[in-house]
Design a protein around this ligand. Structure first.
Ligand SMILES: [Zn+2]
Length: 374
């Protein structure tokens, strides 16, 4: 099987997070069933969404988990110079949505296992392909909930092939989405004293959030790994008001912040609540938590990847991955894969062709060392 051709087939599924992934999951499942893997499609409650988990080798033995998400980010409003869902060769690059983030790694896994089928493994190989990573790691959270409840034993080492240009990343902050609703009282704008302006209230909320973000900057952790070694906050969207002659009765502020490993996302959210709710008719809600990830330096997987790595050192990712949820299952994850995060999520996303081919060899080596060799 040709890895470039397979990547073309995977890119052709427009698996933007608001669309189904069941088609691409079925195509991957067919390929992996054909090489003898046990295949489980775990349907989500939302129609069209599923995780795909494939395994080979003796269950409960500590081989390795290889993982990737099947969804991609939207293309609307981006200046693509070719159809984003038609993988296009340009010089030494393959261009398409998901080319590096992260269908290249999915294709590399399938091609490596087609070349050397996972038969007679000594230790278990598990593939975990997730949905809705790009909108808050929802698929991996469902997997972690399910497997934690079932007490399923999984390999303790995991590789997520996000585009890192083959740098080994062992840590990343999490992400928490929160919503603050400011309530006011509508009135005709000619009599503003009869109303209560929710947007003005939101302005005070944002001042309070800024003050809190400034306090958080002083709690420095992991300065050796992070460029911004503190919790960063982003006031992301604001919606309020109906017409220019009405005092607005409602304003909603959505924000995100990024807890560091070892911090409680819920406790940080409580600090937000305590900062804004005393301002009056303000309600803070925790919308979604994507956990941080921290893998200790020096795992056997790190040693295994080092010969393939762009640098012998491990580093941190600025973006969150499914690895935070996998940590709850006792997995120590490294994020390491073909392509660059600098071109992911943008127009004309691409993977360098040589890196795509190298990813096949990396998968082959990892499976050989973790699952085949004594
Ligand atoms: Zn990704």
């Amino acid at each position: 099987m040709d890895v470039e051709a397979l990547l073309g087939r995977l890119v052709a599924w427009p698996t933007v997070s608001d669309r189904p992934v069941t088609g691409i999951a079925a195509e991957l499942a067919n390929c992996l069933e054909a090489v003898g893997m046990r295949v489980e499609t775990l349907e989500a409650t939302e129609a069209g969404k599923c995780n795909l988990v494939c395994s080979a080798g003796p269950a409960g033995t500590d081989g390795v988990v290889l993982s990737g998400h099947m969804d991609v980010v939207p293309v609307e409003g981006q200046p693509w110079t070719s159809d984003p869902f038609v993988l296009t060769r340009r010089g030494d690059r393959l261009v398409g949505r998901g080319a590096c983030d992260m269908k290249a790694f999915l294709a590399a896994i399938v091609v490596a296992l087609t070349r050397t089928p996972p038969r007679d493994l000594r230790r278990e190989l598990v593939l975990m392909f997730t949905h809705d990573e790009e909108v808050g790691c929802l698929g991996s959270r469902a997997l972690a909930d399910k497997y934690a409840a079932e007490g399923r034993t999984l390999p303790t080492l995991a590789l997520i092939g996000e585009p890192t240009s083959f740098h080994m990343l062992r840590m990343h902050p999490g992400h928490v989405a929160a919503r603050i609703t400011c309530a006011g009282r509508a009135a005709h704008s000619s009599r503003p004293d009869l109303g209560q302006n929710a947007i003005r209230l939101a302005a005070r909320v944002i001042d309070a959030l800024d003050a809190l973000a400034e306090r958080w900057r002083h709690d420095v952790r992991f300065p050796e790994l992070l460029e911004r070694p503190f919790v960063v906050m982003n006031v992301a969207t604001i919606h309020g008001g109906n017409a220019v002659n009405i005092v607005p009765d409602r304003c909603i502020v959505d924000l995100g912040f990024r807890p560091l490993p070892g911090m409680s996302p819920e406790a940080l959210f409580e600090e937000i609540r305590e900062a804004v709710e005393p301002l009056g008719s303000v309600r803070a809600e925790l919308v979604r938590v994507t956990p941080a990830m921290l893998t200790p330096a020096g795992t056997p997987l790190e040693a295994l990847l080092r010969p393939w790595a762009a640098s012998p050192d491990t580093a941190a990712a600025s973006f969150a991955t499914d690895g935070g949820n996998f940590e709850r299952l006792g997995m120590r994850t490294l994020v390491f894969g073909p392509g660059s995060i600098d071109v992911a999520h943008k127009a004309d996303e691409y993977v360098p062709i040589d890196e795509l081919h190298r990813a096949v060899d990396v998968v082959d080596a990892v499976v050989a060392h973790r699952c085949r060799l004594p």
